[in-house]
Design a protein around this ligand. Sequence first.
Ligand SMILES: [Ca+2]
Ligand SMILES: [Ca+2]
Length: 249
Amino acid sequence: MKTKKIIFCAVSLFLAAVAAADYNSPPAWNNFADFTHQSWDFASDQSEALPAPPDGLPEWINQFGTPGLTNITYSTYMAYWVHQYSEIPTTRTGYYGGMADTALTFHVPLNNRSANWRTDVWVQTTYFARNDLPDNYLLEISRNDSFTDTNDIIEKSLLFEQLPEPPGTSGLGLWYRVTAIYEFQIPPADTYIRFTAYQYPPDANHPVGGATMIDQTDIDTRSVNIADINTDGIVNIGDMAVIARNWLE
Ligand SMILES: [Ca+2]
Ligand SMILES: [Ca+2]
């Protein structure tokens, strides 16, 4: 019985560590063509030196150029880079936010291969935002930084999670993680990704509203040949087998 309890505690500690870790369940695209990886954890204030290259771990990998945090936007002046809020108990450090909606834009250079290829983009952001609405964020992806070119981009998956981490003392916010995968049917030379976190807005009882904190953003990409039907990174007999099994269906 005692042993079981110790094992249970060890598992709980491990799960707690996993829950607090970012770059959570990455897509493992390392062996695919044109793999890129970038993590920003905003450990220091880079707002005066944009674009800011990824500062998180694992170290960034991109053979097509230097990825960057290109833009930071707040809806009021009461937001900036913060190492840690004293009033919000969290082990997380280094984030852009404050008493305002907060938006960060990222640029990732890609390989614009021929039409026989597609490009997949995996995006994950960990953030603190209003807890009274499920749509407390906006995730946008485009070929250009004005976010007007979204042609031939398909959202393949979207996972919205509330994290088991302490809320703010005001009771107006919680920690969340959003993980999405997009497919560019025509490979672009660049992608721009913008993540917006929405604060609990000021009201009669809360004159400045709740806080936002964008704590980390991770982006992985790959190119996939459209003949790689089983998506294992190579076009070979395995893809023929998929065709054979589905022949004339
Ligand atoms: Ca951080
Ligand atoms: Ca294959």
